[in-house]
Design a protein around this ligand. Structure first.
Ligand code: KIV
Length: 297
């Protein structure tokens, strides 16, 4: 009798241990927070819940952004400026973008990760566009790609979508066309350009883009587009009547110093803080203060 009772206790403890382990495994596989998908973003637009998006190009920063709860991480071709020091976004290559995107993907659990197709990998040839997008998705594991332009790239957008790859559009100031514009001033202030922008927004929506960036255009125009199209509109220098906002991380943290357009809110002066820490370190090393007794073996 005593033996049967012990068996029951043993079996009960054993079953409870297995159950606990299964629960732990499930929690590790399925984070308690929902993964942001293109469908979640669409719901956010419907619920009028604003979407927060920032750029990231490396593992460490991407992990911080994801843990902080950012909705979308853009592996932007602005990496060409802020990571590689080029004057424009034109020189960055597809391999560079895949390297940055892979680093970001190793860090991210929740945010949707969108990767820019770099200049020269999609314009004018929809087959090349599809090939470039497939390389990004396959080699980095990213969730979506972003292309700059309207009607002129709609074939590329449609072809990429045939492979089941979500596409984000980008209108207004499109930095890959800087040599055509000649300057980084506000776009679509004139009637003709504003009309073309609205037309392009409809074309991108009809082509199947899941969202769109509007960069540096009048707030009123961005508000009109946001009302007219059903997909989420993310603004940068496009006012507050849009569905969400994006900034370049290095600009909003004050790592870059020379770039200060009106739309940029700086949340930190990290470049000064880093310089201060580095100066203190140099002083400690030269003054024989570092390492001390506790910092050596
Ligand atoms: O590359 C980038 O960082 C961008 C943002 C400015 C939207 O495209």
């Amino acid at each position: 009798m005593l033996v049967t009772g012990s068996w029951f206790v043993f079996l009960y403890i054993f079953a409870a241990a297995i159950d606990n382990q299964q629960k732990k495994d499930k929690m590790e596989m399925e984070p308690s927070f929902p993964k942001i998908t293109t469908h979640v973003l669409q719901e956010m637009k419907l619920k009028q819940e604003k979407i927060a998006m920032l750029t990231a190009y490396d593992f460490s920063m991407a992990r911080i952004l994801d843990q902080a709860g950012i909705d979308i991480i853009l592996v932007g071709d602005s990496a060409s400026n802020v990571m590689a020091g080029h004057k424009t976004t034109l020189p960055i290559t597809l391999n560079d973008m895949i390297y940055h995107a892979s680093s970001v993907m190793r860090a991210v659990k929740r945010a949707l990760v969108v990767v820019d197709l770099p200049f020269g990998t999609y314009q004018g040839d929809s087959k090349e566009a599809l090939h470039s997008a497939i390389r990004i998705m396959k080699e980095s594991g990213a969730n979506a790609v972003k292309l700059e332009g309207g009607e002129e790239i709609h074939e590329s957008v449609e072809r990429i979508l045939t492979a089941g790859i979500p596409v984000m559009g980008h209108l207004g100031l499109t930095p890959q066309s800087i040599h055509k514009f000649g300057t980084y001033v506000v776009r679509a202030t004139e009637e003709d350009e504003a009309r073309k922008l609205v037309h392009d927004a409809h074309i991108l929506e009809e082509a199947g883009c899941f969202a769109m960036i509007l960069e540096k255009i009048p707030a009123k125009l961005a508000g009109e587009v946001t009302e007219k199209v059903k997909i989420p509109i993310i603004g940068i220098g496009a006012g507050n009547q849009v569905d969400g906002q994006v900034l370049v991380l290095h600009d909003m943290l004050g790592i870059t110093q020379e770039f200060s357009p009106r739309f940029l809110r700086r949340y930190h002066n990290l470049s000064e803080e880093i310089k201060g820490s580095v100066k203190t370190y140099i002083g400690d090393v030269k003054g024989l203060d570092f390492p001390n007794e506790r910092e050596q073996y």
